[in-house]
Design a protein around this ligand. Structure first.
Ligand SMILES: Cc1ncc(COP(=O)(O)O)c(C=O)c1O
Length: 442
């Protein structure tokens, strides 16, 4: 079924057959909240595609009439749970900012080493080099270490809200402002988290969210979202994900009638989501606030309470009114020196109790061969090997000093607070944990 936008009430859709009196050619760009002809599930694609923090979103859409390209600008508040009142307070704060968030070859981007490699790969993807900044005991980038890592090449800071723990953003944003840097949130693991009343994903210039299979919610195994309130960036994202189509120009295809619909103004690729993913995502979104997140919170709360007074536990997730956890997973830092065994023995014992626990998921990024062996793009190894575009000291990853991240690697393990777990499951998990730690305590 095709739906057309109710032009009087932008963003509201009615089935085409109910609108015979509304000739398509009357459709117009009623900025900023227009448009038309979105297949039902495609609405989901649009809503989950690229978002604005000003409650609008858009994407290319695919008109099936042959004449009418689908256009889309939908109210988006529900979809990403964004705080409409919020405007970032960054170096480039104005909504609708036309400046590009431009990061490319020769630039450096500060990232934590304690994260999935994709955080650093994203930097390489544009020809820039990642520079690793140590983490604090919340497993997130330590703002106290940022200043020392800034060089004339630094363009952006990319904090990761690891495990759902929300990074302490204000000091990072202050530093970014001072040094004229962009802030890009890696929000892959914290969808649903909040910092000082604002959702993660709305705190920097741009944010990326992952909907892959093990994330807080998924769009059927793969998927993701970019959030920004910078219009120029949003348009570029829409275009980039769609082979570089001039998506903005396509909004006017009805006027253009005979013009070629496939107009490309930049290099782009296919990062589109499918309609099935959209449908799944929308369904998941509906139960985000009434099932997914409340149950994660409840389950995590049971662990927090049970573990709060265990002396061998050094760090638990951060969850305060100011930094509300997204509860992706539940990390625990253990004082392994206070036990008679090593971490692997603890995990094996927990496994024997039937409790689900995991080691840290990833090696430290800077120890991955992609970096230590300087395996960049193609045979040339760009950008690591570029004399022109990479600072030799910055890409000498063997020399990276991130002692706290390395320490956490051997002292932290993860538990889960999945919404599918019952309260009883959680109590059993907590019981197993306390039992094993007690059994091995010195
Ligand atoms: C911190 C972090 N950043 C980025 C990604 C990449 O997400 P995707 O695989 O959906 O591209 C992940 C995925 O696991 C992640 O955990």
């Amino acid at each position: 079924m095709f739906l057309s936008c109710d032009l009087e009430r932008p963003g509201r859709f009615v089935p085409d057959e109910d609108r015979p009196a509304q000739p398509r050619c009357q459709l117009r760009e009623a900025a900023p909240g227009i448009h038309l002809l979105v297949p039902a599930a495609q609405e989901g694609l649009v809503r989950l595609g690229v978002a604005f923090t000003d409650r609008r979103c858009g994407g290319p859409g695919y008109g099936r009439s042959g004449r009418n390209p689908a256009l889309d600008q939908l109210p988006f508040g529900d979809a990403v749970h964004l705080d409409a009142a919020y405007r970032p307070r960054l170096a480039f704060p104005s909504p609708g900012d036309k400046r590009r968030v431009a990061i490319g070859k020769g630039d450096e981007v500060l990232v934590p080493p304690y994260t999935f490699i994709a955080t650093a790969s994203a930097v390489l993807r544009v020809g820039a080099t990642p520079v690793f900044v140590d983490v604090d005991d919340n497993w997130c980038m330590d703002h106290r270490r940022i200043r020392a890592a800034i060089t004339p090449r630094t363009k952006a800071i990319m904090p990761v809200h690891l495990y759902g723990n929300v990074t302490d953003m204000d000091p990072i944003i202050d530093l970014a402002r001072k040094h004229n840097l962009y802030v890009i949130e890696d929000n892959a693991q914290a969808f649903g988290g909040a910092y000082k009343g604002r959702k993660t994903g709305t705190l920097g210039d741009v944010a990326a969210c992952s909907f892959c299979q093990n994330k807080t919610f998924t769009t059927g195994g793969e998927g993701g979202m970019v959030t920004t309130d910078n219009e120029e960036v949003a348009w570029r994202c829409r275009s980039f994900r769609d082979h570089g189509y001039d998506v903005r120009e396509r909004l006017r295809l009805l006027e253009m009638e005979q013009k070629l619909p496939y107009i490309h103004t930049m290099v782009g690729f296919n990062y589109r989501m499918t309609e099935m993913q959209s449908a799944i995502g929308l369904a998941e979104l509906e139960r985000m606030d009434n099932w997914n997140m409340p149950r994660r919170k409840r389950n995590a709360g049971i662990l927090m309470e049970a573990l709060a007074e265990v002396p061998q536990i050094l760090h638990l997730p951060v969850d305060t009114p100011e930094r509300q956890n997204g509860w992706y997973v539940f990390p625990i830092t253990l004082d392994i020196d206070a036990l008679t065994c090593d971490m692997q023995t603890v995990l094996a014992a927990l496994g024997a109790e039937g409790a689900p626990f995991w080691n840290v998921f990833w090696p430290q990024c800077h120890t991955e061969k992609a970096f230590t062996k300087k395996r960049g793009f193609g045979d040339s190894g760009f950008p690591f090997t570029s004399k022109e575009y990479a600072e030799p000291e910055s890409v000498d990853y063997a020399k990276v000093e991130v002692p706290n991240a390395v320490w956490h690697q051997s002292h932290t393990f993860t538990c889960f607070a999945f919404p599918t777990y019952t309260e009883d499951d959680m109590r059993q998990i907590a019981h197993a944990l306390v039992k094993v730690i007690k059994a091995y305590s010195k």
